[in-house]
Write a protein that binds this ligand. Structure first.
Ligand SMILES: [Zn+2]
Length: 63
């Protein structure tokens, strides 16, 4: 039985990462890239611009 090797690309630094137990941080190449990506994600979600929906309340909150 031939083991198929899956190669993914690190979303952070675009480095090729082998999808196996040697890469515990996949799809990231390293813990560092994973933390960087998570940090960016957290920052982005924290700073969501509220320019699209003005100060109107969402109609789904109150029927
Ligand atoms: Zn990386």
């Amino acid at each position: 039985m031939v083991k198929k090797t899956t190669i993914v690309t690190c979303p952070q630094c675009k480095k090729e990462v082998t999808w196996n137990n040697d890469s515990p941080y996949r799809p990231f190449c390293s813990e560092r890239c994973k933390l960087i990506d998570l940090g960016q994600w957290a920052t982005e979600s924290y700073r969501i611009p509220q320019s699209e929906s003005n100060s109107e309340e969402e109609p789904s909150h109150q029927a």
